[in-house]
Ligand binder design. Structure first.
Ligand code: FAD
Length: 391
């Protein structure tokens, strides 16, 4: 599109996750007519919103913050007020010793935020900016002639028909790892595509605040229990709780088939975490749904000047570098800069060219960082501690 072809181009965004919302705000700011179609219901109307969204929290770093700051809606300040800064990793040994390894010499930090809270703040901003969001509209198919035509299935009771056809000038797929728009674009353009599942799954659990409302661990660290083939991590939430995530090989998790086995596994490997969580709490978690982890690479990301995919839809990564969302937010900034730069129809094709190497690099680094997090940090961390002790 360039900036899309006229000043008031109709832009359809598929997916109201964080990347879809930020992209909608950026496009609206450029004067376009933007509508978002989202498969799920509005998480703000659901008192149990945690049931409909993955409950994990996320680390936002400089890459993502740079994009949020370009939006000019005072949005960054509102989001940042929910940040819990983490200035380093806290490595927990088997004996329960804790070693702090700072990220930088000058207090640099990454920032933990609840996914649900982030999504809520973004949706509120999208409403305020006058972008229409159609919840409970799931993209089923798309074709791309001179204009994209997308078809959605909805179960909304206020709709007579279950299927809705939408024509737009541009369609942007921000519909996550299993992107339907990506699938449809693969048929239209010669898109190279690869998808790899890793053998490790994850289970999440909430570690509530202490009885006095305070944190059970130091909140300003990313807590890691590295155990070579698996690891447990905890990131603080602004309400005093932590979100804990166990990453382990599928077969190992399969073998923890009863609560007694799960408890014994925690007692042997993460005893200090278990003491903070309590055995009773752990009993609620061993049956929690397991998440799979995959890496997606594809190229190009666009079809002519009418369709493009951003965020996880284009480059789902394993989460060990904490850069999946940060990169998705960066996608939006890079695309907007190209749209502002090229008055012609070159922005989408330029994007595919200049973005690919960086996205592949982050994807590969994320894979490599799993070994760093679950193993190398323990050797590095304790070597560092020994050095400090020797000073
Ligand atoms: P999503 O958040 O997946 O949103 C996609 C949206 O599209 C959803 O709302 C979905 O309902 C909607 N949708 C899907 N299909 C359709 C359809 N057919 N029609 C309409 N709507 C549809 N990243 C970081 O930067 N830092 C971290 O610390 C971090 N930690 C992570 C930890 C874990 C355990 C995991 C799994 C991921 C982590 N990530 C992290 C990655 C991050 O979660 C993703 O990169 C980010 O959520 C991608 O945002 P998105 O908007 O592209 O996709």
């Amino acid at each position: 599109m360039s900036a899309p072809r006229s000043n008031k181009t109709k832009v359809v965004i598929v997916g109201a996750g964080p990347v879809g919302c930020v992209c909608a705000l950026a496009m609206k700011k450029r004067g376009h007519n933007v509508v978002i179609y989202e498969a799920r219901s509005d998480p703000r109307l659901n008192r149990n919103g945690k049931d409909t969204l993955r409950s994990i929290n996320l680390a936002i770093s400089a890459r993502g913050i740079r994009t949020l700051k370009t939006l000019d809606y005072g949005l960054f300040e509102r989001i940042a007020s929910n940040f819990v800064p983490m200035q380093g990793r806290m490595i927990h040994s088997l004996k329960g010793e804790q070693t702090s390894v700072k990220y930088g010499l000058n207090g640099e930090s990454i920032n933990s935020i609840s996914r649900l809270e982030l999504n809520r703040l973004l949706l509120e901003e999208v409403d305020r900016a006058g972008v229409e969001i159609k919840f409970e509209y799931k993209l089923k198919s798309a074709t791309f002639t001179s204009q994209p035509e997308s078809v959605y299935e909805t179960s909304r009771p206020d709709r007579a028909s279950r299927e809705v056809k939408v024509r737009s000038d541009v369609i942007i797929g921000c519909d996550g790892s299993h992107s339907k728009l990506r699938y449809e674009m693969q048929k239209a353009c010669d898109m190279n595509y690869s998808q790899v599942f890793i053998d490790h799954h994850y289970i999440e659990m909430v570690v509530p605040s202490a009885n006095d409302g305070g944190y059970v661990f130091n909140p300003n660290h990313l807590h890691i229990w590295p155990r070579k083939d698996f690891m447990f991590i905890c990131l603080a939430n602004s309400d005093g709780s932590f979100t804990g995530t166990l990453f382990a090989p599928r077969q190992l998790l399969d073998s923890l088939s009863t609560f007694e086995l799960f408890l014994e596994f925690f007692r042997t490997n993460f005893n200090d975490a278990l003491l903070s969580m309590g055995e009773e709490l752990l009993s609620q978690y061993y049956k929690n749904p397991r998440g799979k982890l995959m890496s997606v690479k594809c190229t190009p990301y666009h079809y002519r000047n009418i369709a493009i995919i951003l965020g996880d839809a284009a480059h789902s990564t394993v989460p060990f570098y904490g850069q999946g969302l940060n990169c998705g937010l960066e996608d939006v900034r890079v695309l907007m800069e190209l749209m502002d730069k090229y008055p012609s129809q070159k922005a989408f094709s330029e994007y595919s060219i200049i973005r690919h190497d960086d996205l592949v690099a982050i994807n590969d680094l994320s894979m490599r960082n799993y070994i760093e997090m679950r193993h190398s940090v323990s050797t590095l961390g304790f070597a560092f501690r020994k050095k400090l002790d020797a000073i």
